[in-house]
Design a protein around this ligand. Structure first.
Ligand code: NAI
Length: 331
């Protein structure tokens, strides 16, 4: 049997955490033959709830789950981890200033980065989910300098999956037959869901989404807004944010990163920009990527029209501003 992989989930007593840990323990993140050890971190006020999650994991008798640690100690949580899924963070509450929320998250990500830097296993792969996801990942990178930049990513796969689902619904096809949408930029309402290179498998072969959806006013208007606003729509309906779909997409993100994307398919990941597509280097920006042997590369050579160019730039501008705001919050 394979050696277990240690997976850290921060904010594990929260909504996404509660949905995610059983998925990891069932092999949905790392494959059905990969044993795992779960390290779950939360803060002191949630220690009892976290322990309840641990009890449930034990009771579920998962055959792949070789150990569970539930702790409020960052060092214990980070020790020896191969994969870190960072869901814990400080949510924006009514009446709070943007600066206060950013300061809180900056200090959380600074502290947790330092712990990962010191105690995680070499080559630890990091996925930041907590908002502001791209910028929390930038801070984490800053304070974990020995973790390669290529190992620090943020989640935009949920937005990617939402885009696939919107197209599938519109064309009345199965979501599995739609591929190669792209989410560019920030996991925020400035993200750009791009369908210019997306295709659908039909009985007459692969077709461009742009040809199949003839209503371009919808495709370059309502569709984009629907994906950007889907999170808010779910909060309105559930009175809670999207947890099941976020957890499932976090599994998709890690699984594709570790096990590879299939030939001819790319996915969206928030990754360290090397300046590709004119995006400022040093941002964590969502790009189309292909994955192989535990690594990712930004898909090169896509044609970017003027409409897309403006949208890529607008979300980059927001990220540049968010990054400098975050640095200004560092004490
Ligand atoms: P939640 O509030 O239910 O859970 C967050 C958990 O984090 C809580 O248990 C809290 O005690 C814990 N926490 C707070 N500070 C911590 C710290 N310093 N260390 C460890 N744990 C800490 O929130 P939910 O719904 O699970 O969402 C989590 C985050 O994910 C939020 O920031 C949310 O905005 C973000 N999100 C991101 C998505 C994406 O696609 N990137 C999609 C949906 C949510």
């Amino acid at each position: 049997q394979k050696t277990p992989v240690t997976v850290l989930v921060t904010g594990a007593a929260g909504q996404i955490g509660y949905a995610l840990v059983p998925m990891v323990a069932r092999g949905l993140m790392l494959g059905p033959d990969q044993p795992v050890i779960l390290h779950m971190l939360d803060i002191l006020p949630n220690a009892e709830a976290l322990n309840g999650v641990k009890m449930e994991l034990v009771d579920a008798a998962f055959s792949l789950l070789k150990g569970v640690v539930a702790t409020t100690d960052v060092v214990e949580a980070c020790t020896g981890v191969n994969i870190a899924v960072m869901i814990g963070g400080f949510p924006r509450k009514e009446g709070m200033e943007r600066k206060d929320v950013m300061s809180k998250n900056v200090s959380i990500y600074k502290a947790q980065a330092s712990a990962l830097e010191k105690y995680a296993a070499p080559n630890c792969k990091v996925l930041v989910v907590a908002n502001p996801a791209n910028t929390n990942a930038v801070i984490l990178k800053e304070f974990a300098p020995s973790i390669p930049a290529k190992n620090i990513t943020c989640l935009t796969r949920l937005d990617h999956n939402r885009a696939l689902a919107q197209i599938a619904e519109r064309l009345n096809v199965h979501v599995g037959d739609v591929k190669n949408v792209i989410i560019w930029g920030n996991h925020s309402s400035t993200q750009y869901p791009d369908v210019n290179h997306a295709t659908v498998v039909t009985k007459d072969g692969e077709k461009q989404v742009r040809e199949l959806v003839t209503d371009h006013q919808w495709l370059y208007g309502e569709f984009i807004t629907a994906v950007q606003q889907r999170g808010a729509e779910i909060i309105k309906a559930r009175k809670l944010s999207s947890a099941l779909s976020a957890a499932s997409s976090a599994c998709d993100h890690m699984r594709d990163w570790v096990l590879g994307t299939s030939k001819g398919t790319w996915v969206s990941m928030g990754v360290y920009s090397d300046g590709s597509y004119g995006v400022p280097a040093g941002l964590i920006y969502s790009f189309p990527v292909t994955c192989d042997k535990g690594g990712w590369s930004i898909l090169q050579g896509l044609k970017i029209d003027d409409f897309s160019r403006a949208k890529l730039d607008a979300t980059a501008t927001e990220l540049v501003e968010e990054k400098s705001f975050a640095y200004s919050c560092l004490q």
